[in-house]
Design a binder for this molecule. Structure first.
Ligand code: URA
Length: 438
């Protein structure tokens, strides 16, 4: 039975009103009712916009191939006006027993689904965020309507921090427990425009939070296990170096193509901290979270480092911190981006930036955390366990100190051994403080 308003009769055509561009539930319900009511694809018009009225009760059921349902769930996110009708036609024909898995309609739906999947991946890996209070704000112009289906995956990377994703189609907001959606920002924008947009809309957005849905416990996307008592320090935003030459180098490095790592990484992650810091800490390369956020040592290894620095009495705000390689190198395992160590050639190619940073900051001491950092500065393979804890004077008079990388501590099996290694790392940092004379 048709109920008034579910679809409008327009000169013999049924006009179905969907609630939005990705109204999957509305499309499914309407499709089921239309097929059962025997309404052929040529008699249906699909429009977006407006609140769909109460849906009719239509008795009966039917099955469509599972592959077709999965495909439709993706293809419906395509920015392609004919998709609703195309997908309805496929379901209608499948219901009538036609073989649809190998024909032009199916091929078109397959191309749309493929494009959506590719865009979803691009959004998840290429979105940039800027710090905003104790959270993050990012803007992206998706080629397809992929925000809603992917927002959960994106916020799972930052489960503990408030995060807002603004797109030309809408926005998604995460407050650390709930995810909700709101209006978007149509035009392409720079950081200032985005920040102004947030300031103008924040109160209304936060008031909408009560309608949000909670997201299940996040899986840890990092390879390394958490230490048993990992602190919830979260990211702290530091001023970047105020030296103009360093600021210029940071800008130049943003477009760096000295090796191929820039192709897959989200962005260059340059060093940060005061330009007149007494001590510079060097790691290997940004990890998954650093790549997304654009700042060094903010993920699990960074949090462990923060804690060890604090125990050793070193203020992270006073150090300059950077990496031997400025782009994240990874391999994909399913949806996970798994860290891959940079090659000696990649470390050498990126040495230009590390040298620039060393040359501008001219710290009293450079702390090399792990083999890649040591290679980046010393230009040779270094056996970290053998050379650890020694102050080495370089030809240019700069003093360096080798220690382990905090990620190593995360890989040591939990328990006694992990605690022992952590304590040894803190002792190294206390020695660093001693060398600085503070
Ligand atoms: N590991 C590093 O070496 N650097 C980072 O910035 C994060 C993890």
């Amino acid at each position: 039975m048709e109920s008034a308003g579910f679809w409008r009769l327009l000169g013999g055509m049924r006009q179905v009103v969907l609630g939005g561009e990705t109204d999957w539930a509305g499309w499914r319900t309407a499709t089921r009712a239309l097929v059962l009511a025997g309404v052929g694809p040529g008699d249906v018009e699909w429009v977006v916009g407006g609140v769909p009225d109460a849906l009719p009760e239509v008795a009966g059921s039917f099955n469509v191939p599972r592959a077709l349902v999965g495909l439709a769930g993706l293809a419906i996110q395509a920015r392609e006006p004919v998709r609703f009708g195309l997908l309805y036609r496929l379901v209608w024909r499948a219901h009538r027993g036609e073989v649809v898995l190998d024909d032009p309609d199916m091929a078109l739906a397959g191309r749309l689904a493929h494009a959506v999947r590719a865009e979803a991946h691009r959004m998840r890996t290429h979105m940039r965020f800027m710090a905003l209070g104790d959270g993050f704000l990012g803007w992206y112009a998706p080629a397809h309507f992929v925000l809603e289906a992917n927002a959960q995956l994106i916020v799972r990377r930052f489960p503990a921090w408030p995060l807002t994703i603004v797109t030309s189609d809408g926005s998604a907001h995460w407050d650390g427990g709930r995810l909700w959606f709101g209006a978007g920002l149509a035009q392409a924008c720079d950081d200032e425009t985005l920040r102004a947009w947030w300031e103008a809309h924040a109160d209304a957005i936060l008031a909408d939070a009560r309608d949000g849905t909670s997201v299940p416990e996040a899986e840890d996307l990092d390879e390394a296990p958490r230490p048993p008592d990992r602190p919830a320090l979260g990211p702290v935003v530091f001023p970047v170096a105020s030296d103009p030459a360093l600021a210029d180098a940071r800008l130049q490095a943003a477009g760096c193509e000295r090796c191929d790592l820039c192709d897959a990484a989200t962005q260059t992650v340059f060093g940060e901290g005061p330009a007149d810091a007494d001590v510079m800490f060097v790691g290997e390369q940004p990890g998954d979270q650093e790549d997304m956020i654009g700042r060094p040592f903010v993920g699990p290894a960074g949090q462990l480092l923060d804690r060890a620095l604090e125990e050793a009495g070193i203020d992270r705000r006073a150090i300059y911190i950077t990496n031997a390689v400025k782009h994240f190198k990874f391999t994909l395992r399913g949806k996970r981006r798994i860290h891959v160590s940079p090659s000696p050639e990649e470390i050498a190619a990126c040495g230009f930036w590390l040298e620039t940073e060393r040359g501008r900051v001219r710290p009293k001491l450079v702390v090399l955390m792990g083999g890649s950092a040591a290679r980046g500065v010393l230009g040779r393979a270094v056996a970290v366990t053998r050379e650890r804890g020694q102050a080495i004077m370089l030809a240019d008079g700069q003093v360096v100190f080798v220690t382990v990388h905090p990620s190593y501590l995360l890989r040591v099996p939990e328990g006694e051994a992990q605690l022992r290694e952590y304590r040894a790392f803190v002792r190294d940092l206390v020695a660093v403080r001693g060398l600085l004379g503070v």
